[in-house]
Design a protein around this ligand. Structure first.
Ligand code: CUA
Length: 164
């Protein structure tokens, strides 16, 4: 083989080897940044709950909407086949709402349109998200993890009301 040919083959190999090293390194960097920089993690122990004892465990023993401070609300929500409880949440415009949600049976999801909330609801884990609602209107939320035959019936709405 001529030296020139040898060089060409070597160059092709190099072109393929570089991305195959660079791509996993890029993925690792993205993982480290999301875990330590942005703080996206799987829930820790403080986010756990026994899914068989929800009836005795606060706040899930009393699902509903609670005003915890002026203009601040907590939605204590249960998801199950095939419902959200509560499935209609009314708050005045300008409210800050914290959703505290768990599943009582299988994996569900909570996607709240127009508020950028996308939670995975795992039995035994507590999911949280806080948003401020500055625009009056109806915000639809749906289960977005396939959870069985009536998955499509799992939805509800947040109604943000004008101040009277
Ligand atoms: Cu619950 Cu799909």
């Amino acid at each position: 083989m001529r030296d020139e040919q040898r060089m060409t083959i070597y160059l092709y190999e190099l072109i393929w080897i570089l991305p195959s090293v660079a791509i996993p390194i890029g993925m690792l960097v993205a993982l480290v940044v999301t875990a330590f920089g942005v703080g996206i993690n799987v829930p820790g122990d403080e986010g756990r709950v026994d899914p068989t004892k929800l009836a005795e465990t606060a706040p899930f023993n009393a699902p509903g909407v609670v005003e915890v401070a002026p203009g601040k609300y907590e939605v204590r929500m249960l998801a199950g086949i095939w419902f959200f409880n509560p499935n209609e949440i009314r708050v005045p415009v300008g409210s800050t709402v914290t959703f505290i949600v768990t599943s009582q049976d299988v994996i569900h999801g909570l996607a709240l349109h127009g508020a950028n909330i996308n939670l995975m609801l795992l039995p035994g884990r507590v999911a949280r998200a806080t948003r401020q609602f500055n625009k009056p209107g109806e915000y639809l939320f749906v289960c977005h993890e396939y959870c069985g035959i009536a998955h499509h019936t799992m939805f509800g709405k947040v109604i943000v009301e004008e101040k009277s």
